[in-house]
Design a binder for this molecule. Structure first.
Ligand code: WTA
Length: 649
């Protein structure tokens, strides 16, 4: 924990939309009288039919979350049409290609035309309001067009990260019974092609075995690389776009009509379809984007996330476009052509606000300061981070070297489930402490509880809950409301449980300490240990597997796997490599194990429950403090695990 404080500086305060006084006043109103507060701020977006009801939410019983429920609006209209009269020629999207010599600017007028045409293509091929459309795309503007086109006609999009395997894509297609897929021939990252269309073809075969038949695939041509083609099913985007009108009226959507599904990992089972709806989500994404980044009209804003994650949804597409911002979309990777790419792009496009992940900061910090200092970065005004706790060393480097001690570092804590920022500094209002996400956003009521659910007051360390609803909150798990209740509202009755541990210091600052459940955070990507375990045991030589996280200097957490083989088989380096390959194929490269330990047995209680606490300690090379092992069925197992540990100091 760092004890340093960085007070709000004069220049930051001078232009800030929210200062300390306003923060305190607004915050108080937002939690004392949410109806009044959100009734006012809900009007930041345009409504076809204004709402008369604001908040109607309950965290008990069947759990029901409704905001602005009798209002009608359209997300695509709010992100595009309403800006056209005065800002049609303003750049909406700056696209920076993987290749540093290729970029493109898309104005709001052009965005309107692309989105309308794409919406008409969807309609032409039978997509209707409420249908689920899967989007499996690289970071190209067409990914944003696809999302907005769905929103325009009321279709529900499910964006699947382009780094996921065909298996993972198939699982997501099947879960929401999506029969229309939008993809691309190939993606391009760091000069290497990513076979998105081929992956899609494989996924469609897998999905068909589970009785979900994809009937149309709309394919954007990016590289021109060779791919398979199913006539009648596969459609070229550029050909289809030419056949339809450049105008498509936005459908009137109820505030609580679904906008999108986004799959995310939990501590058990397969990934859950987090469902977000229309009105509350957009109000919250737009409002947080404006105040947290202190966004002023004309600023150039860059979030380096992928649209396949929630950060890309809320802070590349929906929040910025609803605010008529200029949002930069980057196709490539931070280390191509070299580790100076981010800073080069910042200079090239005069980026004012930059938002990235601690894992990227740590890895670029390791590359040395020269990559940074050879650029000017004089356009930068604000630096944001998201995805995992940022260690104070990385924070300081980001602040001192990247930001030249001039730009506040805004550490935003939130989740796929929360739709937008929850605990975060506001640049003009919050004195910063490196490593702390600081204070709750408007309307957010955090609470720390111990394992028994007792509420902890003052300075304390506990489990982070949120006690009342905010407009951006997820509404349900798609197709499984019971799982929604079980996952988030049953551990601590009547409270939303985040799954994160957190400390509150004597100044009331919040410090997120990481997940307290069986979810890993690897390079800012969420992964369930159960998912990796099930990928491992699907290999024919593996009889049992247990997966835990361990501290990793760049990734935050590394993936440590204990694997028990089928009788008669021996572990080897070749088999290790094969298992890594197998997990990559089952889930995707982000899930590749870092360490594999072959273990003849796993530590289990007499009732057969794996004792993960012990496995975590051994993976951390901290087995001096294994705690009570007397309940183990076979204590000898532990000695073998320690002797063969893979993280020996
Ligand atoms: C972690 C990403 C510390 C946390 C937006 C959370 C963070 C999970 C931070 C959600 C942060 C995210 N400081 N931890 N600033 N931001 N996390 O759903 O464990 O991909 O529960 O959403 O990431 O990950 P998700």
């Amino acid at each position: 924990m760092s004890e340093k404080i960085y007070p709000v500086t004069k220049p930051v305060k001078a232009r800030a939309l929210i200062d300390k006084e306003k923060y305190l006043k607004w915050y108080e109103e937002s939690v004392e009288n949410p109806d009044k507060f959100w009734g006012k701020h809900g009007r930041r977006i345009d409504w076809f039919k204004p709402y008369t009801k604001v908040k109607n939410t309950s965290f008990t019983g069947k759990v029901s979350i409704k905001w602005f429920e009798d209002g009608q609006t359209n997300v695509s209209y709010n992100c595009i049409d309403r800006h056209l009269k005065t800002n049609g020629d303003q750049v909406a999207i700056i696209w920076e290609g993987d290749n540093p010599y290729i970029d493109k600017k898309v104005t709001y007028n052009e965005l309107y035309e692309h989105v309308c045409r794409m919406a008409n293509v969807l309609k032409k091929h039978g997509v209707k309001k409420g249908d689920r459309v899967t989007i499996y795309m690289p970071m190209i503007p067409e990914a944003a067009y696809a999302m907005l086109a769905c929103a325009r006609i009321g279709a529900v999009h499910s964006v699947v990260f382009g780094g996921f395997s065909p298996e993972a894509l198939a699982g997501r297609i099947v879960d929401c019974e999506s029969t229309f897929v939008i993809t691309c021939d190939e993606g391009l990252r760091g000069g290497k092609p990513v076979p998105l269309k081929d992956n899609t073809d494989t996924a469609i075969h897998i999905a068909a075995r589970q009785h979900v038949n994809v009937s149309k695939v709309l394919v954007v041509r990016r590289t021109g690389g060779k791919t398979g083609w199913a006539p009648g099913r596969d459609l070229w985007y550029h050909q289809e776009m030419a056949t339809v009108k450049a105008e498509c009226p936005p459908v009137k959507m109820k505030a609580e009509d679904p906008l999108f599904i986004l799959y995310t990992s939990g501590s058990t089972g397969k990934p859950k379809g987090v469902l977000h709806t229309t009105g509350g989500y957009l109000v919250y994404a737009a409002m947080t984007h404006e105040y947290v980044f202190d966004y002023h009209h004309g600023d150039v804003y860059w979030c380096t996330a992928d649209v396949g994650w929630v950060t890309g949804h809320s802070y590349i597409v929906y929040g910025p476009l609803a605010n008529c911002a200029t949002t930069l979309m980057f196709e490539g990777v931070p280390n191509f052509p070299d580790q100076g790419r981010f800073w080069e792009v910042i200079d090239k496009h005069k980026v004012n606000i930059f938002y990235t992940a601690p894992t990227a900061i740590r890895s670029l910090m390791g590359a040395g300061d020269d990559f940074v200092t050879r650029s000017s970065r004089s356009s930068l005004r604000l630096l944001g981070t998201v995805g995992e706790p940022i260690n104070p060393e990385a924070w300081e480097w980001y602040y001192n070297v990247v930001g030249d001690k001039r730009c506040p570092v805004i550490d935003t804590w939130w989740q796929t489930e929360t739709g937008g920022h929850m605990i975060t500094p506001l640049p003009g209002a919050t004195d910063l402490k490196p490593g702390s996400a600081t204070m709750p956003f408007f309307g957010v009521k955090p609470e720390l509880v111990d394992n028994e659910g007792k509420v902890l007051e003052g300075a304390a360390d506990g489990n982070l809950c949120i006690t009342d609803s905010w407009p951006g909150q997820m509404r349900t798990v798609y197709g499984d409301h019971e799982r929604f209740i079980q996952t988030y509202f049953s551990t601590y009755k009547g409270k939303y449980f985040t799954g994160d541990g957190c400390r509150r210091d004597a100044d009331g600052y919040y410090w997120i300490t990481g997940r307290v459940d069986d979810v890993l955070n690897v390079s800012g990507h969420r992964l369930g240990t159960a998912e990796v375990e099930s990928a491992l045991v699907s290999h024919n030589l593996v009889s049992e597997a247990a997966v835990v996280g361990y501290p990793h200097p760049i990734k935050g957490q590394g993936i440590y796997c204990y694997v028990t083989l089928m009788a008669g088989h021996e572990g080897s380096d070749t088999l290790r490599q094969e298992l890594v390959k197998h997990v990559r194929a089952e889930i995707g490269p982000i899930a590749a194990p870092d360490k594999i330990q072959f273990a003849p047995g796993l530590p289990k209680t007499r009732s057969g429950k794996i004792m993960r606490r012990i496995l975590r300690k051994i993976a951390e090379d901290d087995f001096g403090a294994l705690g009570d092992t007397s309940t183990l069925a076979d204590p000898a197992v532990v000695e073998d695990l320690i002797a063969n540990r893979q993280n020996k100091a």
